[in-house]
Ligand binder design. Structure first.
Ligand SMILES: [Zn+2]
Length: 223
């Protein structure tokens, strides 16, 4: 494929993916919908939680009021903001061994929140890098790096991946009639009358093919 055509196909696949994502989200219950972060929501939380551990109570309260719904106080128990590859990123806190409160992970193990707008790029990155993996394997690899990408989004992506689609087995064309196979003898059959070299008074061959699962056919001469 030429470069221009390749780029056009990639654009097309991205657009179809996001149309399907939008359809899916529209039909989701609110709880499932709130699990996914759009970019605006993610950026708001990054601003609110950046440097949270070093803030005084007054500043925490100010930031919490700014984003509303007590979200800063709720979300600071789940996420922190780390610098990853030169960008401030919202990252899952991890539970240390024992019963202590969750803590920021080391950068090398950080699992970033992936917002809806980045789903396509991030799924493609992991799916392609790992040799077009799918289902549970893809889900596990994604979870090593990203959070908040639901399984249904991974499935939508794999269904559209041009490489995976072209590798799907094609239905084999079978020539001739395909009999409906039944379980009883003489319940369904097919008769062909064949004109043959005369054998005395017998001028035709009758081929009877019984479409049951045990026997196949009989051949008799008739007048
Ligand atoms: Zn693929």
């Amino acid at each position: 494929m030429e470069k221009g055509a390749e780029a056009a196909e990639a654009l097309n696949v991205t657009e179809i993916f996001y149309n399907r994502v939008a359809d899916h989200i529209r039909n989701q219950p609110d709880a499932a919908r709130s699990h996914a972060f759009d970019k605006q929501r993610m950026d708001e939380l990054i601003q609110a939680l950046d440097g949270w551990d070093d803030l005084d109570a007054q500043e925490r309260s100010r930031r919490n009021k700014e984003i509303g719904n007590n979200r800063a106080y709720k979300m600071c128990k789940k996420f922190c903001v780390l610098d990853i590859a030169g960008e401030r990123a919202l990252v899952d806190l991890v539970h240390p061994p024992g019963n202590g409160p969750p803590v920021p992970p080391p950068i090398s193990d950080a699992v970033k929140v992936c917002c809806i707008e980045d789903w396509f790029t991030c799924i493609k990155e992991v799916h392609d890098a790992c040799g077009h993996i799918k289902s549970r394997t893809l889900e596990k690899k994604m979870q090593d790096k990203y959070t908040r990408v639901p399984r249904w989004a991974l499935e939508l992506y794999v269904d559209l991946c041009p490489v995976c689609v072209s590798a799907l087995p094609r239905k084999v064309n079978t020539a001739g009639s395909q009999p409906i196979v039944t379980k009883g003898f003489q319940r369904r059959g097919q008769i062909d009358l064949i004109q043959s070299m005369p054998d005395g008074d017998y001028k035709f061959l009758l081929n009877y093919q019984d479409h049951n699962i045990w026997s196949k056919f009989g051949l008799i001469s008739i007048k």
